[in-house]
Ligand binder design. Structure first.
Ligand code: FMN
Length: 335
């Protein structure tokens, strides 16, 4: 069975990539992930706020404006709240490169085109094979227009592409007015891969304590649906590679993602839930499924259920929305 795939210019042994998360902070876990069959590892993100804080600290040491510095840094979490600071992050890239032989994709997470994007060069120098950019931005400013929100993504992509020669992936939010148009613009602006989609962590309200609470919950296979639609719509229309992130928990999920158009399946929650050795299980299950269904390669399967190729493209579109709503049968319910 030929599971090989190409992702952002990297030749990968199979489509199972470890998504950004805490796992590869631990080099031994990274080795177990590789041994289990992961074809590439995406690191957890280094945040703009961490880099800006470092730059502010440098500025403070050179100019000694103590008061303004204290005020500026009070907006950021304490450094101890971050697991790895900028220097440790670069060291971790080097350690991962030494300890494993799969591609290492670093991750930067920011929302402005400020000086932090220059850090991408250090990420490349440290040995990263690629860089994923996560623009985790919540547009809650009433004055900011949709165009301005979208331009953030382009400005950051352009700033980073200007710093480095390794491939760059854009991890996107699903909440664009015209997601396909945004994806096509990013593709034209040089994104080497599009990663669909960021999973936003929604706040909850504790009604007794009157507190906003944020709890991190792992995904499940239902999360894949939103991604399938947009992968299927995007497949064949961009040069950039496509990755799914969100909801890949089983081989069946992975088959669906590849059929919709994914070049790789990033997994975070599934591995956190089942452990590093789960990569091997899901890989074996996929090979079994493909053999039973007489597929010979990932290439053969990719995009077969995309909008360009599937027998009923209308099922992804508005026509199906009407059909689905009208298909609910009240008769089967007893109230
Ligand atoms: C514990 C945890 C930590 C994560 N950390 C990051 C991160 O640092 N950067 C990032 O871009 N995404 C991060 N994510 C999001 C994942 O990379 C992924 O996009 C999301 O969990 C959806 O994929 P999944 O269904 O496979 O978990 C994290 C997710 C989890 C559960």
């Amino acid at each position: 069975m030929n599971l090989t795939t190409r992702y952002m210019g990297l030749e990968l042994a199979n489509p199972f990539v470890i998504g950004a998360g805490p796992l590869v902070k631990d080099t031994k876990l990274a080795q177990r992930l590789e041994a289990s069959g992961a074809s590439a590892l995406v690191m957890h993100s280094l945040f703009e706020e961490q880099l800006t804080r470092e730059q502010l600290a440098m500025h403070h040491h050179t100019t000694l404006h103590e008061d303004s510095f204290a005020e500026a840094v009070s907006y950021f979490p304490d450094p101890e709240d971050y697991h790895l600071g900028p220097d440790e992050y670069l060291e971790q890239i080097a350690k991962l490169k030494e300890a494993t032989s799969v591609p290492i994709i670093a991750s930067l997470n920011g929302v402005t085109k400020g000086g932090w994007t220059e850090y991408a060069r250090l990420v490349q120098q440290a040995g990263a094979d690629g860089l994923e950019l996560n623009v985790y931005y919540l547009p809650i400013d009433l004055e900011e227009t949709p165009q301005e929100v979208e331009d953030r993504y382009f400005d950051i992509l352009k700033a980073v592409k200007g710093e480095i020669t390794i491939p760059v992936a854009m991890k996107l939010s699903p909440f664009f007015t015209a997601p396909l148009n945004t994806m096509m613009r990013l593709d034209k602006a040089g994104a080497d891969a599009l990663v669909l989609f960021n999973r936003f962590y929604q706040p909850d309200i504790d009604i007794e304590e009157l507190e906003v609470i944020s709890a991190l919950e792992l995904s499940n296979s239902q999360d894949i649906r939103l991604r399938l639609r947009w992968l299927a719509a995007c497949f064949g229309k961009v040069q950039a590679s496509l990755a799914i992130t969100g909801g890949v928990h089983t081989a069946v999920d992975a088959v669906k993602a590849v059929m919709a158009g994914a070049d790789v399946c990033q997994m975070t929650s599934a591995i956190l839930r089942h452990g590093p050795e789960y990569v091997q299980t899901i890989k074996e299950d996929m090979v079994k499924w493909m053999t039973e269904h007489e597929y010979e390669s990932i290439d053969q399967m990719r995009g077969s259920m995309s909008l360009l190729r599937c027998p009923d493209p209308g099922a992804f579109e508005r026509a199906n929305y009407m059909k689905v709503l009208q298909s609910w049968d009240l008769g089967t319910q007893s109230y």
